[in-house]
Design a protein around this ligand. Structure first.
Ligand code: FAD
Length: 221
């Protein structure tokens, strides 16, 4: 396998960008694919929510080093950033460093990864074959070769495998609180449109639907 081929990093969130920084530090080529129009698209879906760990635990050491070389000042390590602060104060500046920027491909959704010349029926020599990355960019299906692959696609877009959650109401803005005693089963039609994968925008008036024996709606301002 050619070591001059890049490592393909799939995703453009905190883990993908940390991986890119680590590869930069090791002088190893990479190419990064983010399906969103901006880096950290998934984090931006919950940009208004504060993280549960402070800055100190949210930054990669190689990323910090690269940023500091560019004159960046690290945020207070004990402060807990919102999703938006994580992006604006760390991930975005990191992605804009010259060592990273030109290797980041936005609006590039990876559709398939396989070994060149191999299908599922062939095994001998598979581990020596290069990877082919198929990705969709502006309606075109493109392919590149890579020496290795880092899957940093996160869990936000592929949540809990329980079938109920993966099938319902992505467009709903309602949140469900399910009392254990009266919660419907995941297949119960009473759950219908009540569950959402989205975090509600807390600054707007969003109904929270509590599914119990009788439904109660509470407005959150
Ligand atoms: C409200 C909230 C608070 C959180 N607070 C914390 C915290 O305090 N500390 C902590 O450690 N974690 C926290 N998390 C978890 C946090 O989301 C993850 O730790 C972090 O975002 C994981 O980063 P990631 O890069 O692995 O994945 P993600 O941030 O999910 O990024 C994955 C990226 O991959 C892209 N992608 C997906 N599929 C493809 C594809 N096929 N092709 C190309 N691109 C693709 C997505 O668009 C996305 O930008 C929190 C999560 C939430 C929701």
């Amino acid at each position: 396998m050619s070591i001059t081929l890049p490592t393909a990093i799939i995703g453009g969130g905190p883990i993908a960008l940390a991986a890119a920084a680590q590869l930069v530090k090791r002088n190893m080529p990479f190419i990064l694919f983010e399906k969103g129009a901006q880096i950290a698209s998934s984090v931006l879906s919950w940009k208004h929510v504060r993280m549960f760990s402070p800055w100190e635990f949210n930054m990669d050491s190689a990323a910090k080093e690269l940023l500091m070389e560019s004159g960046w000042h690290a945020p207070a390590k004990d402060h807990m950033p919102t999703g938006l602060e994580l992006v604006n104060e760390y991930l975005l500046p990191l992605s804009q460093l010259k060592q990273l920027q030109s290797f980041i491909h936005l609006q590039s959704s990876v559709k398939a990864i396989y070994r060149k010349g191999f299908d599922k029926m062939k095994t001998a020599g598979r581990d020596l074959a290069v990877f082919i990355i198929e990705y969709e960019q502006h309606g075109n299906l493109l392919r590149i070769e890579a020496s290795s692959v880092i899957d940093a696609t996160g869990t936000w877009l592929t949540p809990n495998p329980m079938s109920f959650f993966s099938n319902v109401c992505e467009t709903s803005v309602e949140v469900c609180v399910l009392p254990v005693s009266s919660a419907p089963s995941w297949n119960d039609p009473r759950s219908g449109n009540a569950l959402s994968l989205d975090l509600p925008p807390i600054f707007s008036c969003t109904p929270i639907l509590i599914v119990a024996e009788t439904d109660v709606c509470i407005d959150v301002v």
